[in-house]
Write a new protein. Structure first.
Length: 478
């Protein structure tokens, strides 16, 4: 017998409560060990505290992102202040004790709890309601890189929450709410405008489906990539898609105007700011860093080993080996080798900061020998094939293309290899692949839990010092 709505709601409530209790306990330990600002918190926390004191026109020039995190923190803490002290406190600055580092970090902890029902709603919308979706939401919420930053005052948790909230509203056909969530997401991180465009592509496909007949849906909207076997069929697909979109352009514009308003606001910001990065623009210059896509594919395959059906993918390889597939694999190898040679970037921050795990990945793998980056090409090809194959198995060509373009636009311009930049694309990938089996979900949760325990224990339990800063404890982190 299928579980009732009340049973599913109860399961979600219990699961969320368990995660909240565990996270709260870990949060207390985290703050008892590390009560002072660490890493980028030295910029984020003082800025939020300026807002708490009512100094809204002050902005640290080292900050490169908009003030969404600080503004929402101010609203939340002001509400708490009014609740504690009464309405008379509305006109007064928030007391310093209520705007401490640990209290500000707790804002992200709240975001992380809200994220769980959002993930559950997305799984229900994408795959259909099922009791296993609660476990799926918990598994995704435990994704190690994202989970780690729930305990720091960084922009990642809020940025992820509002992007996913925007997608959830879009799938539920609440366009204004979806665009509003995307706007808020952009105030956390400017590049979230790209994820709004990915969401917009999903909305447009849904709108076109309302106007298309069964034949058009089969030939355009529901086409899977494996059906486009030749260049000619791919070109024909794109022509049909373009014709369908232009024929319904007025209807699309009428129904998607909230997203267009956000897009216009973003363009106005670019003109006003003279670029996408605020503040410290010198260290955030856009580049052409194509290998970021290869790193992302390897990263994604590793963290989704339990759910990506890797063994099944390996077993299907012999069926696809023929003269043409070998030819295209050869082309892919040549193109990847050329892009690795021409567009690999070693950012100064990557090589100078041994607190980030990416420092050791680069030092111990990519700098082991000059040819290592080329020897990894087969691994890149395989991981990219698995990632795209899993998406294509469940999603339409439009969705796969929109996701691929969004990932490319988000990652290629970034000169710095940093795992935090992979959080949103990884979670979106995980949401859109085939629903995993129960054993796969258990394995995913166990893997995530072990990695979380290891990385957080390393962060909290082991410190070292730099010769240039004696007495200052440094810690390892993502």
């Amino acid at each position: 017998m299928a579980p009732s709505l009340s049973d599913r709601s109860s399961a979600l409530l219990v699961a969320t409560a368990v995660v909240l209790a565990a996270s709260s306990s870990l949060f207390r330990v985290w703050n008892s060990v590390l009560s002072s600002n660490y890493m980028d918190e030295i910029f984020h926390v003082p800025q939020a505290q300026s807002y708490c004191r009512g100094r809204f026109l002050e902005y640290d020039p080292k900050l490169t992102t908009p003030p969404g995190l600080y503004a929402i923190s101010f609203v939340v803490l002001k509400a708490v202040s009014v609740f504690k002290s009464g309405v008379s406190s509305v006109a007064h600055p928030i007391e310093d004790s209520l705007c401490s580092t640990s209290t500000l970090r707790s804002v992200n902890l709240v975001f992380s709890v809200v994220l769980i029902p959002v993930l559950k709603g997305l799984l229900d919308s994408i795959h259909g309601r099922h009791r296993i979706n609660t476990a799926g939401a918990i598994a995704i919420a435990l994704f190690p890189v994202a989970f780690f930053f729930n305990f720091m005052y960084y922009t990642d948790t809020g940025s992820t929450l509002f992007v996913l909230l925007s997608l959830l509203y879009a799938l539920r056909k609440k366009t204004i709410a979806s665009a509003a969530a995307s706007l808020i997401a952009c105030t956390f991180r400017q590049t979230n405008i790209v994820w709004m465009m990915f969401i917009l592509a999903q909305v447009v496909r849904s709108l076109l489906a309302e106007k298309a007949d069964a034949t058009t849906r089969a030939q355009v909207l529901d086409v899977r990539i494996h059906e486009l076997k030749t260049v000619g069929s791919a070109v024909l697909f794109l022509r049909r898609l373009f014709a369908l979109a232009t024929a319904n352009l007025g209807y699309i514009l009428l129904r998607t105007w909230p997203y267009l308003v956000v897009l216009k606001l973003f363009v106005a910001f670019l003109v006003w700011n003279g670029g996408i990065a605020l503040g410290d623009k010198d260290h955030h210059i856009m580049s052409i860093h194509v290998p970021q896509l290869y790193y992302f594919c390897g990263f994604t395959l590793f963290f989704s080993l339990a759910t990506s059906r890797v063994l099944q993918r390996i077993q299907t390889i012999p069926r696809f080996i023929n003269i043409w597939s070998l030819f295209w694999i050869g082309v892919g190898v040549v193109v990847m080798a050329w892009t690795i040679q021409k567009f690999t970037i070693e950012h100064p921050f990557l090589l100078a900061d041994n607190r980030h795990l990416t420092f050791y990945v680069w030092k111990n793998i990519y700098r082991l020998h000059p040819q290592v980056r080329y020897l990894l090409i087969p691994a890149y090809l395989f991981s990219g094939g698995v990632v795209l194959g899993n998406l294509a198995q469940r999603q339409s060509t439009i969705c796969v293309l929109a996701f691929s373009v969004a990932v490319a636009i988000t990652l290629i311009p970034s000169p710095l290899l940093e795992f935090r930049y992979f959080i949103i694309p990884f979670i979106l990938y995980r949401l859109h692949i085939e629903r995993p089996s129960r054993p796969a979900l258990i394995a995913e949760v166990l893997m995530a839990g072990l990695i979380n325990l290891a990385t957080i224990a390393l962060f909290l339990g082991y410190t070292f010092e730099w010769p240039s800063e004696p007495g200052v404890k440094q810690r390892f982190m993502w």
